[in-house]
Write a protein that binds this ligand. Sequence first.
Ligand code: ADP
Ligand code: MG
Length: 236
Amino acid sequence: MENNLFEVRDLNVAFGEKVVFRDFSLSLAPESITCILGPSGSGKTTLLKAVAGLLPNVSKVTPYPCSYIFQEPRLLPQLTALDNLAVVLPGKKKENREIARKYLSDMELSEAEGLYPSELSGGMAQRVAVARGLLYDAPILLMDEPFKGLDLALQERLIKYFIKHWEARRKTCLFVTHSILEAILMADRVLVLQSGEQGAEILFDKTFDMPREQRALGDPDVDAFRSELHDVLISL
Ligand code: ADP
Ligand code: MG
């Protein structure tokens, strides 16, 4: 993939009087995970939508296809959990359902495969959406608070699963979260966004190059990064 796989250049987004981005630029290293944190309303979701080309009057940021795990599940109500996954795969229906079944099982959702979105709990629907986003094969992966609302044990298992899945594919990933834990365990780079009069600014930008498999709470470097990030976020 070329080096300019992901480059936001001079992004401008406003809703009426509200300027969310003014001449905002950001480029991401290919095959990296970048986490974005920041207060509600700072522009995180808007940035992902701009990248995906989903904002009217804002030209698409990257010509490459994106897989997008939205902040809300956005499942197709007329399809079962299994078919919500299978439908994003090209090719033969029967094989696709087998692949989809594997992804549901990885998300600890095997028992939910025949359920419709209205029959799923919020956390289950969210995990179906995560599975669909990981299943859809695109060079860029956008994720908006993918593990929110899950109990801590499940969140930790899914973080581990995500890392394993990601390491095998290494899609350039832009990942919005409020979770310091997710950022310190998963990110190659962490950004904190803050809204300002002139639009969003990057308040904090740090590369964390410790190999992911070595990262654990209690490690001095991981803990130092965690408190640094905590101090930045608490000050906002
Ligand atoms: P975050 O994801 O960081 O919580 P958003 O990107 O959703 O923030 O929103 C950034 C700002 O843009 C907020 O002030 C929000 O109210 C505003 N905004 C987002 N989408 C719209 C929209 N469709 N219409 C009007 N204002 C919007
Ligand atoms: Mg948001």
